[in-house]
Design a protein around this ligand. Structure first.
Ligand SMILES: [Ca+2]
Ligand SMILES: [Ca+2]
Length: 639
């Protein structure tokens, strides 16, 4: 646990000046001196991926320089383990037991009355701009950025839209900004991220004479791993003996690093260097991208220390440390002591109150965060000691976690057993102390009960434009259902299975049409196409049902379920019931009930032979206790 050895330059510095501390008062923030704040947030950059952490492949010289000239945090944690919920914590200063955006559908909105960092700063005369991926309300909803304090927001409102770097348009305050020559996915002439960064730097330039807040939740290195071949960052990686996608990913990080350098250069050019606090961070824990049997933690080791090999358990999507640890650095020349490394325990809800204190703004009363200004600039300069959280709290999709100092309690799935870890001794969360220390666990569980309130989301006036934005990822073409294939890529056990040639879907409980995850994909014979139940615009909880017409009466002896074979997991069925009938409208008791495993291989469930033309699949629970589930392919055994 070598890398856990921490030093704290600021702490030593303060110690020697402690005798002067009592004479200090809070520095008055006057309109003339109000500092600018720039927050650059990468989408999906892992804790160990910047080169200042010793990453052997990825080069981030400018972010490294920010750390050297400023402060780097070892325990600045994400607000949540996925995109939209973490952004909501960031913007509102609330933890995920209080936020309005707790699901990751892509367009779930903030409520109309909610304050954000931007709306908090408006009364002080700040210019407020956002550039990148919003994720806190689709077009046509109460959550759009221009209704939450942003003078301007350029980029993507919906997260599916944001997967493509070549969509036909991006948005500017809900108006479409066409991108020339683009056709969605990876096809086009105009790389959206260049446009977004140009708009961001233009905003900074235009507002150099007044205080501004520039929020840059940019999309690299997330989404489709695209970077133009003529970007200088690509030249660094293109010859490496690595998978193409892993090289593109590394190049996207280095491209973003160069742009961070350009922003810092611009501040210097405009004479704003010393009056601007700049943050750079990730948004949620690293995704272990390009993992393989040989490299189970991914090519770039987002959650694995490159020299000691110490790992964070878990990754993006769960609440083990791998889902929450992110790189965070901040730079403010003359204010932040260069080269500081801080192990202060804080998270995204703390950004709003920190910016409030930095600017002299009044934070909303209902936030959960605390200001970390004393840790940034020193308790002397801040005029008061750094306060600490009694506890930190996260919830997402049935998972819950609580942190108090070195202690962390986690319930990895709904109704599941709680686990307890001492992160000072066990940062990899490998030794569950729940039984050894029941009183500590009880205390943390008590905090969890106290922290959770039922979610109240914002609303949509109309979803039409939101769905249009989601379709823009694919070039905006109307949904095209894939034609049936009898492809050799299919690895279902075909022996004994009925041909799906004449099958059709009679009915289904829900489908995620906005993301092309149609119910029909479950029986199209192509394991790459998925049926996913609905999770945006209100999650449809189980049971999930699919009724299939086999086209004729067969003697049926079982069924086959394939969750999915690609790299992702977005819900897999656990408990399933299988019915057979002569009528599509009426099914008697299931002919078999089964508990499935979480696996990427097809699972065959036999049943006593029964005749019928219609089959019913009824999923009653999901592997991780979530409400939604995926089906890549279903087969029926019979003759
Ligand atoms: Ca993310
Ligand atoms: Ca399929």
């Amino acid at each position: 646990m070598q890398y856990q050895l921490r030093f704290h330059v600021m702490g030593l510095f303060l110690l020697s000046f402690a005798s002067h501390a009592t004479a200090q008062t809070t520095r008055p923030v006057t309109p003339a001196t109000r500092p600018n704040v720039i927050y650059i947030m990468a989408d999906e950059l892992g804790y160990f991926e910047p080169s200042y952490m010793g990453n052997p492949i990825i080069q981030t010289p400018n972010i490294d320089r920010m750390a050297a000239e400023g402060i780097r945090f070892t325990q600045g944690l994400a607000g949540s383990s996925v995109c939209a919920p973490t952004r909501c914590c960031f913007l509102t200063g609330k933890h995920s037991g209080h936020t309005s955006v707790r699901s990751n559908g892509g367009g779930t909105p903030l409520r109309a009355d909610e304050e954000t960092i931007a709306s908090m700063l408006k009364p002080l005369g700040y210019a407020t701009g956002g550039f990148g991926k919003w994720g806190c309300g689709g077009r046509g909803s109460t959550g759009v950025p221009e209704k939450h304090g942003f003078d301007v927001f350029v980029g993507y409102y919906d997260q599916v839209h944001a997967h493509s770097y070549y969509p036909p348009y991006i948005l500017r305050n809900s108006e479409e900004m066409p991108l020339a020559g683009n056709h969605g996915n990876s096809n086009g002439d105009t790389y959206s991220h260049y446009v977004i960064m140009d708009e961001a730097t233009k905003f900074i330039r235009e507002h150099k004479d007044q205080p501004f807040f520039a929020y840059l939740p940019v999309t690299p290195p997330h989404g489709i791993f695209d970077i133009p071949d003529d970007d200088p960052a690509w030249a660094i990686y293109k010859e490496l003996a690595l998978p193409e996608q892993a090289k593109r990913y590394a190049a996207m990080v280095t491209m973003l690093d160069r742009q961070v350098g350009e922003v810092l250069g611009l501040l210097k050019e405009l004479g704003l260097d010393e009056n601007t606090l700049v943050f750079f961070s990730g948004d949620n824990g690293g995704a272990d991208y390009f993992a393989s049997k040989e490299q189970p933690r991914g090519v770039h080791g987002a959650n694995k220390h490159p020299t000691t090999g110490v790992e964070f358990r878990g990754k993006k999507g769960n609440l083990y440390e791998g889902g929450l640890r992110i790189p965070v650095v901040a730079r403010w020349p003359g204010k932040i002591e260069p080269g500081t490394v801080s192990d202060l325990l804080w998270y995204f809800p703390d950004v709003l109150p920190t910016i409030a204190e930095v600017t002299g703004a009044t934070a909303p009363a209902d936030i959960d965060g605390i200001s970390i200004l004393p840790e940034l600039i020193g308790e002397n300069a801040a005029g008061h000691p750094q306060t600490k959280h009694e506890y930190l709290y996260w919830e997402i999709g049935g998972q819950t976690a609580v942190r108090m100092g070195n202690w962390k309690a986690i319930q990895p799935k709904k109704e599941g057993d709680w686990e307890l870890y001492d992160l000072d001794r066990d940062v990899s969360e490998s030794m569950n102390l729940a039984e050894a220390n029941p009183s500590m666990l009880a205390k943390l569980k008590g905090f969890a009960e106290q922290a959770h309130t039922p979610v109240v989301e914002g609303t949509f006036e109309s979803r039409e434009l939101h769905e249009r934005d989601r379709a823009a990822k694919f070039g905006g073409k109307p949904p095209v259902k894939k034609t049936r294939k009898n492809k050799s890529t299919m690895t279902m056990p075909t022996k004994g299975m009925l041909s799906n040639k004449d099958w059709s879907v009679v009915r289904f409980s829900s489908e995620n049409a906005g993301n092309r995850k149609f119910a029909g994909n479950a029986i199209d014979g192509d394991p790459e196409t998925l049926w996913h139940t609905k999770f945006s615009g209100g999650i449809t909880p189980p049971p999930h049902e699919l009724v299939i017409d086999l086209g004729a009466v067969y003697r049926i002896e079982g069924f086959v379920y394939l969750a999915r074979q690609d790299g992702g997991w977005n819900g897999a069925i656990k408990n399933i019931e299988f019915g057979v009938s002569d009528s599509a409208d009426h099914f008697a008791d299931p002919v078999v009930k089964a508990e499935l495993a979480k696996t990427r291989t097809p699972q065959t469930i036999p049943c006593d032979p029964v005749k019928g033309r219609y089959v019913l699949l009824r999923a009653t629970s999901e592997q991780d206790g979530r409400d939604f589930a995926t089906v890549a392919e279903l087969g029926v055994i019979g003759n």
